[in-house]
Design a protein around this ligand. Sequence first.
Ligand SMILES: [Zn+2]
Length: 358
Amino acid sequence: MSGKAERIVPTSLADFIRGMPKVELHVHLEGSIRPETLLELARRNQITLPARTVEELSEWYAFRDFAHFIEIYVAISRCLRTPDDLELIAREFLRGQAVQNVRHSEVTFTPYTHYTLNRIEFADQLAAINRARVWAETELGVTMGMVTDISRNSQPTEHSLLVADWAISAKDNGVVAFGLGGPEMGYPPEMFEEAFAKTRTAGLPAAPHAGETVGPESIWGALDSLRAVRLGHGVRCLEDAKLVEHLRERQIPLEVCPTSNLCLGVASSIADHPLPKLLAEGLYVTINSDDPPMFNTTLTDEYLKVAEIFGFEDQLLEGLVMNALRASFLPADRKAEMELQFRAEFDKLRGEEGSQVQ
Ligand SMILES: [Zn+2]
């Protein structure tokens, strides 16, 4: 950590954070596999990974550069050989969200990778993930929407149009938005304009990654070419005052992932993370975990860290949770209903209405 003093989060605030009802908007299904499950799937599917234990996996996960990160991602995806494997990781992911009281998650998954690496048809991928989604809703009381994304580096035009068609076909069957992931450098948003125009016309909102490893021009591209209504990361908007003003005026939600930014070298330390600056600028901020086991974090940990490092208190944390709920792609009536439930639960967590958690 850098020179800034860390605060000790009082037990009551830590309990408050653990108990908070939560919503997560930026988390990847493939990046959420439990290390134990990944090792088991590799064994079962006879895939050789450069790690044989959980400890070795965490060493392998340690950040070298973005290319290494993508290499890990591909290796993980290779271990997902069947629709049942996808269903298993989706169930485990949702169980983990339920344990954290994450009541709704919008989860990115990259179908083209599973299609090309393991020849799993999109319809079979979707059916598998939907089985987990319906199970979690019934058994755990947590909901999920899927953000189908294009990986920027795999044959842009042809595959992005195919993935757009897949996403459209699943619009009323679990998929809630269209995303864009993979290496930002060298693959500007403009390359994907056609695919996003297609999905937008079909009623799917755009939630691409932008402004993570590339600066403001990537965010402008996401807004202008892809008509992004929500931005994955977006933290590098601070390099352009005009862009900050634009994002503030339109209140475009930023899916901020503090530990991910640290692990991938976007911020030099959590204490130097631009989160407080984003808030001070009046931007619309949400907190997310991105690829939690790969970054040795969870959504709850992200809230604990920002409370610890920046001294955020209960009111601000509640505001961040509510931001995520309001920026979700849930139907308006469902959001309104959940907002009332969340407010009541926050009051209950404080013990009495309006009092501060010490
Ligand atoms: Zn991401």
